[in-house]
Design a binder for this molecule. Structure first.
Ligand code: SF4
Ligand code: MG
Length: 321
């Protein structure tokens, strides 16, 4: 099946004071129609830069190398008006802070109606009805009342439900959710993840779910891509990668995941060492200074992504020895 979105050898470079900063390095990734891909990484992994590149929203001055192909378009070659048109219809986003999606001075209802502006065939009353039904689908009680409220009258969780509903009303072919549950408490997060999971049935398109929390991936995603310091280290089907990670970094992320630690511990394990700064010189495997499994070639040869299963790849010398 032809991928909906295809990233080939993508690098993202920001101009720096002394030298350019390479935030993403040679990432190649496909997203198949209908699938949910989890993009996992700590802060500084380049996941938000990649999302911005997919949306054509990189800040002025940032340079993108490689190719971002969406359906039949090369995103890196599109002019701003066309990108804006795409972002209003074919590609929708859910942000970490739902306030960014909602206008504080407009009632929820008029915003939900406005989000359907390209449905020229629908009357305002029909759009209002669709919006009300959508609010019900995303789990808001008393949607008729919500439609008449302002964003500040809703809790953070309810606002995020509205933002998800708004994104779904657009019937996007690609939905990009950037840490949509990070600002929420655990109970609300679980509810929002359940809604995202149900939304998959509603949505005919694909979803990219960006998170720093690998446990979230197992709850909503079909495939996962693990980023580290701007590089793609492992990608494959969620069930396989999470139960039997091939890359030591993926393993370490899972070992630090509070959801997987059965015994209550006073301090959570963390990965020793720090993520290299984007401009720090690299030799060999970028994870080698922190890797407990490092051996012979690790500090001198950069491992390429190698197949370790069906549509499963890991950039680690252990896979090829
Ligand atoms: Fe560790 Fe070597 Fe694999 Fe890098 S290539 S993750 S240093 S074992
Ligand atoms: Mg981010």
């Amino acid at each position: 099946m032809k991928p909906l979105l295809s990233l080939k050898d993508v690098s993202i470079v920001y101009p720096g004071e002394r030298a350019d900063v390479r935030a993403v390095r040679n990432v190649s990734l496909d997203v198949a129609p209908g699938e949910t891909l989890g993009l996992v990484g700590e802060s500084g992994s380049g996941k938000s830069s990649l999302a911005a590149a997919m949306l054509g929203l990189l800040p002025a001055g940032a340079r993108i190398e490689g190719s971002v192909h969406f359906e039949d378009r090369e995103m890196t070659a599109l002019a701003e008006p066309e990108l804006r048109r795409l972002r209003g219809s074919a590609i929708a986003t859910i942000a970490q802070d739902p306030f960014t999606a909602l206008n504080p001075v407009l009632r929820i209802g008029s915003q939900m109606v406005a989000f359907q502006h390209w449905h020229k065939e629908l009357t305002r009353a029909e759009r209002w009805k669709r919006a009300t039904e959508m609010l019900e689908k995303v789990g808001l009680s008393d949607p008729e009342t919500r439609m008449r409220q302002f964003p500040h009258q809703l809790s953070g969780g309810s606002r995020q439900r509205v933002a998800i509903g708004a994104a779904l009303l657009a019937e996007p072919r690609l939905l990009i959710a950037d840490e949509p549950t990070t600002a929420l408490d655990a109970t609300t997060e679980a509810q929002i993840l359940a809604i995202m999971r149900e939304a998959k049935a509603e949505l005919t398109g694909s979803t990219i779910f960006i998170t720093h929390d690998i446990s979230v991936v197992s709850r909503v995603c079909d495939r996962v891509a693990v980023l580290y310091a701007g590089e793609l280290l492992e990608t494959g089907p969620v069930a396989e990668v999470l139960s039997n990670p091939q890359h030591p970094y993926t393993k370490a992320l899972l070992e630090c995941d509070p959801a997987r630690i059965s015994e209550p511990t006073r301090t959570l394990p963390t990965i020793p060492g720090t993520v290299p700064r984007p401009n720090e010189p690299r030799s060999g495997c970028t994870f080698s200074p922190r890797c407990p499994a490092a051996f012979g070639p690790c500090t001198t040869e950069r491992p390429a992504l190698a197949a370790c299963g069906e549509s499963w790849k890991s950039a680690c010398h252990l896979v090829t020895v």
